[in-house]
Design a protein around this ligand. Structure first.
Ligand code: DGJ
Length: 475
């Protein structure tokens, strides 16, 4: 990968070599820089700001919002706490959690206005938004308090400023079931009116809005905590009018990302729109990384997203080149546990069998390769150990899976077939036993082989044989 490239799915450093923590980010053009605001949960920091001219070299500017930021009430704000006191009088150990900060410049007031998602640091029950302002783009923002917009819950959020300067705040409401769109007051400091409720009951979050050739697009994810899922987009000729149905964007995990912003890149001949995604690491928030990918448009409304290991942006041309390596393997998520097929390897005991574990982008335990053999049959090879997933030996081990070096005398024990299910899921049926890989109910961690569950009755919970197979992209 050429050095000038922006490596997706990696943790980036600023021009001083420090790790960039600007998650759930928002971007703003100001003078000749692109400013990047994002979550920073290290110490008492809450929102950090960097700037760049080429998307590759990011100059750290300031922790623009911290638990020690000055506060100034504005008459319609209700809660100035940044270190919330619980009902029992205890103060949250980590202070308020601030997520998805976005900043707009208000031409009328000359203020930079930040909106964000606010929670109390102990749980996600308060579901508030919050506002802060500054006279300069990267100065110390003054915190004006958190509140529930028109009394609604407000979690994942974003801002969008239309061509006429009217600003909108979008946030997940009703425990994430609905996506609300609010028009802001002229000074961008308050909610003027709820103008739309989108996809009620469909649990869309991580909103990002863009406009291209008069068409609005809204990108969202489903709600799966810190795990990635199938992204979607919708389009409309009017923000408050009828929106298209939700259409798939990217692959089943949106290339292991969740959307946070769409950044227009103004080139000589055309404007390119960059999808900005977070690759959350559920095992360690601070290991989370970033993904910048060019959106591709066709026809009047169609949007698509393809993976690129790296992008190379030439500010002079406003052009973006992509670079992609060959397939880096797969991960297999068991959908009953929302955990990933893995081999536990430790120094002392070496390989200790196959199980499911929480997603971690840095672990080699959950990386697999497939080797196609014949007629849809394939072998599953654990990349780091070179061992293969197989049906275990004789009758006494009936129903067990093993990890072993390939033994061609038991060839079909190493062969698997995907049994397609709905929504891109599948079962993994062993060719020797004709039974399927199944999460073991009692411990929710180990796996065994059992008869194909057939038409799964959702009343029984989630199908222990259902897997989502996703390619590994980037790191
Ligand atoms: C998904 C949201 O998009 C994130 O901002 C964060 O709130 C996590 N959920 C918390 O589980």
């Amino acid at each position: 990968m050429e050095s000038a490239a922006i490596l997706n799915g990696m943790r980036w450093t600023d021009t001083e070599g420090r790790e960039i923590h600007a998650h759930g980010g928002g971007f703003l053009y100001d003078n000749e820089y692109i400013y990047w605001f994002g979550e920073n949960r290290t110490g008492r920091r809450r929102v950090s700001c960097c700037r760049s001219k080429n998307l590759k070299e990011w100059e750290f500017r300031r922790d623009v919002l911290t638990l020690d930021s000055s506060v100034k009430p504005v008459y319609y704000r209700t809660n100035l706490e940044l270190e919330p006191v619980a009902a029992d009088g205890t103060v949250s150990s980590q202070g308020a959690v601030i997520e998805r900060p976005k900043v707009l410049y208000n031409e009328k007031t000359g203020k930079y206005v930040m909106w964000m998602h606010w929670e109390n640091g102990r749980d996600y029950h308060d579901a508030r938004c919050a506002v802060a302002t500054c006279d300069t783009v990267d100065g110390d923002y003054v915190y004006h308090g958190s509140f529930n917009p028109i009394g609604y819950m407000s979690r994942d959020c974003t801002l969008f400023c239309d061509d006429d300067g009217t600003a909108y705040f979008l946030s997940a409401a009703r425990d994430n079931a609905d996506l609300h769109m609010y028009r802001l007051s002229e000074d961008y400091m308050s909610i003027e009116e709820q103008v739309k409720t989108l996809w009620p009951g469909q649990y869309r979050e991580a909103p990002a809005v863009m406009k291209r050739n008069g068409m609005y697009y809204l990108l969202t994810s489903a709600c799966t905590g810190w795990l990635p899922n199938q992204g979607a987009y919708a389009y409309s000729e009017s923000l408050t009018g009828r929106w298209s149905p939700l259409l798939p964007l990217g692959d089943g995990t949106t290339f292991d990302t969740q959307p946070t912003f769409v950044l227009p890149i103004y080139g000589k001949d055309e404007t390119i729109y960059l999808y900005i995604g977070d690759r959350w690491d559920p095992s360690d928030y601070h290991q989370s990384s970033y993904v910048f990918l060019p959106l591709v448009f066709s026809g009047k409304t169609e949007m698509s997203l393809s993976w690129a290991d790296a992008i190379d942006y030439d500010p002079a041309l406003g052009a973006v080149r992509t670079q992609t390596r060959e397939n880096l393997g797969i991960r297999l998520k068991n959908c009953a546990a929302d955990r990933f097929l893995a081999v536990r390897v430790d120094e002392k005991n070496g390989v200790s069998g196959v199980h499911v574990q929480d997603l971690s982008y840095t672990s080699q335990d959950q990386r697999w390769d497939t080797e196609d053999v014949r007629d849809g049959l394939f072998r599953l090879r654990h990349t780091a150990t070179g061992l293969y997933l197989a049906a275990a030996g004789g009758l006494e081990e009936h129903g067990q899976v093993s990890l072993a070096t390939f033994n061609d005398s038991r060839d079909s024990a190493y062969l698997w077939r995907k049994v397609e299910l709905e929504q891109g899921l599948c079962r993994l049926r062993n060719h020797l036993t004709e039974t399927c890989l199944t999460l073991t109910a009692d411990d929710g961690e180990s796996l065994h082989l059992s008869a194909d569950g057939g038409e799964w009755n959702p009343r029984k919970g989630r199908d222990p044989q259902a897997f989502l197979i996703s390619k590994i992209f980037g790191n």
